[in-house]
Each structure stands twice: as structure tokens, then as C-alpha cells.
Design a protein around this ligand. Sequence first.
Ligand code: GTP
Ligand code: MG
Length: 136
Amino acid sequence: VEETLVLVKPDGVARNLTGAILARIEAKGYSLVDIRLVQPDRSVLAAHYAEHEGKPFYEPLVEFMLSGPIVAIRVAGDRVIEGFRSLAGTTDPTTAAPGTIRGDFGRDWGLKVQQNLVHGSDSPESAARELALWFK
Ligand code: GTP
Ligand code: MG
């Protein structure tokens, strides 16, 4: 069965949306295989976001991800990688479709970083790499 890494980012945890996000994953029929509350160090985030190093939003993104606890979840199910990204909605929370996590709970807050509540792996290769990183 396919697995993906879901993160409830610091904005989602701080706004007490973890339960609502987990409820959507479970209601879709996916299984929670493992879950932990993490305060990652910078090296984990540098590895997690290596593909974005050098982009203008990279530093604010890393600072944001260090700003509070994150909930890391190992989620399993057929086509869960695509399925969770569909539940999450598009990257920009202001325009993400209503009915998605980002569309229903997210918006811009006038900051340099898009605070979009969740992360979901974008391919089987990313999922394997990210699960090894967050569930060592
Ligand atoms: P993740 O599931 O978090 O990986 O989101 P994604 O796959 O929809 O986006 P991507 O991997 O391209 O970017 C990672 C994160 O960087 C996003 O979730 C945003 O928080 C942030 N980000 C991406 N693109 C932009 C951008 O153009 N501007 C800003 N300010 N932030 C961005
Ligand atoms: Mg991504």
C-alpha cells in the first residue's frame, strides 16, 4: 500500500486545526500509520526543502517551519500521495478551492511566507525520502 508524509505545519497546530485535518484524512478512508509532535532542527528542514534552496521564499519558509511544533503523520492508502494533495488544495491558500484544507482554513496574512497549513509529499520518491527524514 502506498504511503505519504503529511505535516501539519506550525500555523495549523497553533490554530488548533490538527483534529480537523486528521478528520478529513480519516473520512477519506486513509489510515494513520504513525504520528508524532515534532520540533525539528534546522538540518531536518534544510533536507526537507532542499529543492527550494535559493528561492526568495526559502528563508522565510524555514523560519516559519521553526516557529512552533509540527505534527508529522505517516498516512497509508491506495493513491494516497495524489489523494492527500487533492484534499490539501493548491499551494496558495487564498485561491485554493473551497472544500480543500487550504481553501477552507487558509488565507494570506501579509507575510513573506505562504502559511498553508499542511505539507504532503508530491511523488513516491519524495514520500520515501521525507518519511525517512521525519520518522528516523
Ligand atoms: P508542500 O506540500 O508544503 O510541499 O506545498 P506544495 O508542494 O504545494 O508547494 P511547494 O513544494 O512548491 O513549496 C513548499 C512551500 O513553500 C509551500 O507550501 C509554501 O509554504 C512555500 N511556497 C511555495 N511557493 C511559494 C511562493 O511562490 N511564494 C511564497 N511566499 N511561498 C511559497
Ligand atoms: Mg511540495
